[in-house]
Design a protein around this ligand. Structure first.
Ligand code: ADP
Length: 185
């Protein structure tokens, strides 16, 4: 059973690595950013509510994202596991996820912190050039990450669920380190 949460700043390579590992293990890659961008494109009620937050690099309110994740984690394709990318992003989302997993009788989730210095992620994101990847919005997303999401590193370390991986290496070597570490746990 593979259940993995990816933490790490924007541009750390969470999406890239999560996709590769999800294909490798045959489990869904669940990216809250991807789901939100799709909802915005389709102009669903969720997308309409989320748009201004995503465009400006703010966090979408917890309740909206939590409902979305709850629905997604109950779909049939999640029975053999999943890789969560972009959730949880706040301590309150993490507490919500703990409750949800208890409710559906799941434990043994591993948390990967993909560690990359700020100057490296800013460079990577500027090259990527997504709509919310202007320098000002990137800096803002990094601030939000530092204030809202880094407390989760201690949260999961205290629960002995945390694995730290150096993300400042080639994508191939990060993938191989991830595979080695996750298999040996
Ligand atoms: P990145 O990791 O590069 O910031 P994501 O695709 O993970 O990119 O997220 C893009 C945007 O989607 C975030 O800036 C935020 O507005 C929104 N978002 C994604 N996940 C969450 C979440 N768990 N809680 C609140 N907002 C979220």
């Amino acid at each position: 059973m593979t259940r993995i949460i990816f933490l790490g700043p924007p541009g750390a390579g969470k999406g890239t690595q999560a996709k590769i590992l999800a294909d490798h293990w045959g489990v869904p890659h669940i990216s809250t950013g991807d789901i939100l961008r799709e909802a915005i494109k389709e102009q669903t009620p969720l997308g309409v509510k989320a748009k201004s937050y995503v465009d400006s690099g703010q966090l979408v309110p917890d309740l909206l994202v939590q409902d979305m994740v709850e629905e997604r984690l109950q779909r049939a394709d999640t029975t053999s596991g999943w890789i969560l990318d972009g959730f949880p992003r706040t301590v309150s989302q993490a507490a919500f996820l703990d409750n949800l997993l208890q409710k559906i009788n799941l434990d043994g989730v591993m948390v990967i912190n993909l560690d990359v210095p700020d100057d490296v992620v800013v460079g990577r994101l500027l090259e990527r050039g997504r709509k919310d990847d202007s320098e000002e919005i990137i800096r803002h997303r990094l601030e939000v990450y530092r204030s809202e999401t880094t407390p989760l590193i201690d949260y999961y370390r205290d629960r002995k669920q945390l694995i730290v991986i150096d993300g400042n290496k080639s994508p191939q070597s990060v993938t191989s380190n991830l595979k080695d570490l996750i298999v040996s746990c």
